[in-house]
Every structure is written in structure tokens, then in C-alpha cells.
Design a binder for this molecule. Structure first.
Ligand SMILES: [Zn+2]
Length: 227
């Protein structure tokens, strides 16, 4: 499947991308289920400690890590057999079922991580808030991706999707303006943008995972389909 979802903001590649040519900085990880490769943030990390499996949201827990694509298909396979095959222990620590893990642990974790990244992005000025900054960065070719509130007006959404397509950049539509208002203490942030970098990469990967795994979220990523 080649969905526009998998267009990544930089050279870091999601699981389906094949060649590891040129400048990709982050080491490749391999999914224990489909054997697909991905950059650091494209796959979910798990670790084993004291005979139990833990989900490593921030990819920082000590110990030997192993990776699963943030896709229903691979997660189901992991719960059915791959966790046990690889770790010699069952996934009961992660929840009663794959569905329970996704809804009770994974998705709340990803949303929390997305908030952390947005805050870190604002503090380090890698996240641009508001139309002026975003448009200036786009003009100077220093934009990594667009972010739109999910309740942006149809005209705004259409405009920035088209800009993103023209620039060959992703346009992430995640969270509504109330959410951004709460996060940044300012009202009405509808258009945001990331400067390229690891925060941008990780945010993109998380938004893509939320979009794939949460059918109730009005999340969508659009991007140019020309390579
Ligand atoms: Zn996989």
C-alpha cells in the first residue's frame, strides 16, 4: 500500500520505504512482525524487564529494545505470537488484548507525547505558531511540515493542503483549536508549522500512528504524492 500517510517530512523513512540511501541520520529499526524497516520514530519500541514487556513511549528505557510498526496488523500479530517468540514472555503486562493496549495505553501515550513535543517545539522555537511565521518559513524553504487544527475552516484547510502539496511537504491535521489554545495559552491557533529536525520527525510519526490507530480521531495527513 502506498498511502500519502507515509510521506515523511524528511529523509527518515516509514516502514515501507525501502532504500537506505543518502542522508538518513537515524538508525533503522526492524519490525518483529512484518520485518519492515523504519526510522527511529516510525516504529514503537518495547523492552523486557523482569519477565514482562513494557511499551517504551519515549524510546529511552534501558534494556534491549524491540520494535513493532504502529499499525493494527503488526500489533495484532505481536500480541498473537511475535511478542512471545521474541521475548519468551507474554504480553499480559500490556493489557488483556491488542485492542485494550491500543485504546488504554498506546493512544493516550501517543497523545501525551504529541503534547510534550509541541511544548518542546514552542520552547525551542522549532514550532511556529500562526500564519505569519509559517508562511515566512515556507517562503524561505525552512519549513518541515504544516500542522492544521482539525476544525480549521474549509477554506483554510484547502489553502494549506494545497500549499503543502506544492511544496512537497506533509500537512498534519491533528487536534482542534481548543486543544492548541489550552496547550499554548493563546486562543485560536489554527495554522502551525515545524522547522525540520527530530521534533518534527517524531511529531509526524506520532500523528501518523494516531491517524492509523484511532478511527474516532479526525486525523489526516496529506502530502504531495510526487516523491
Ligand atoms: Zn510491521
Amino acid at each position: 500500500m502506498t498511502q500519502p500517510l507515509d510521506k515523511s517530512p524528511q529523509s527518515s523513512t516509514p516502514e515501507h520505504a525501502s532504500d537506505a540511501n543518502s542522508t538518513s541520520r537515524s538508525p533503522k529499526r526492524r519490525c518483529i512482525c512484518c520485518r519492515g524497516n523504519g526510522g527511529k520514530y516510525a516504529l514503537l519500541r518495547f523492552v523486557v524487564a523482569e519477565h514482562a514487556i513494557y511499551f517504551d513511549l519515549r524510546q529511552k528505557l534501558p534494556g534491549r529494545g524491540f520494535y513493532v510498526c504502529a499499525q493494527k496488523h503488526c500489533l495484532e500479530k505481536a500480541f498473537a505470537s511475535a511478542f512471545r517468540r521474541v521475548t519468551k514472555c507474554g504480553p499480559q503486562n500490556l493489557g488483556d488484548s491488542c485492542e485494550a493496549f491500543v485504546s488504554d495505553i498506546l493512544l493516550p501515550g501517543l497523545r501525551k507525547r504529541a503534547s510534550e513535543l509541541l511544548r518542546a517545539g514552542m520552547q525551542s522555537r522549532q514550532l511556529l505558531l500562526g500564519v505569519e511565521g509559517v508562511e515566512l518559513a515556507a517562503k524561505n524553504d525552512t519549513l518541515g511540515c504544516y500542522v492544521l487544527a482539525t476544525d480549521a475552516s474549509a477554506a483554510t484547510a484547502q489553502k494549506y493542503r494545497a500549499n503543502a502539496t506544492r511544496k512537497g511537504l506533509p500537512c498534519i491535521e491533528l487536534f482542534d483549536r481548543t486543544y492548541y489554545g489550552r496547550l499554548f495559552g493563546k486562543s485560536d491557533k489554527v495554522v502551525l508549522g515545524w522547522i525540520p529536525g527530530t521534533l518534527c520527525e517524531e511529531f509526524y510519526a506520532i500523528a501518523a500512528a494516531i491517524g492509523r490507530l484511532d478511527p474516532t480521531m479526525n486525523t489526516c495527513l496529506t502530502a504531495s504524492d510526487k516523491g
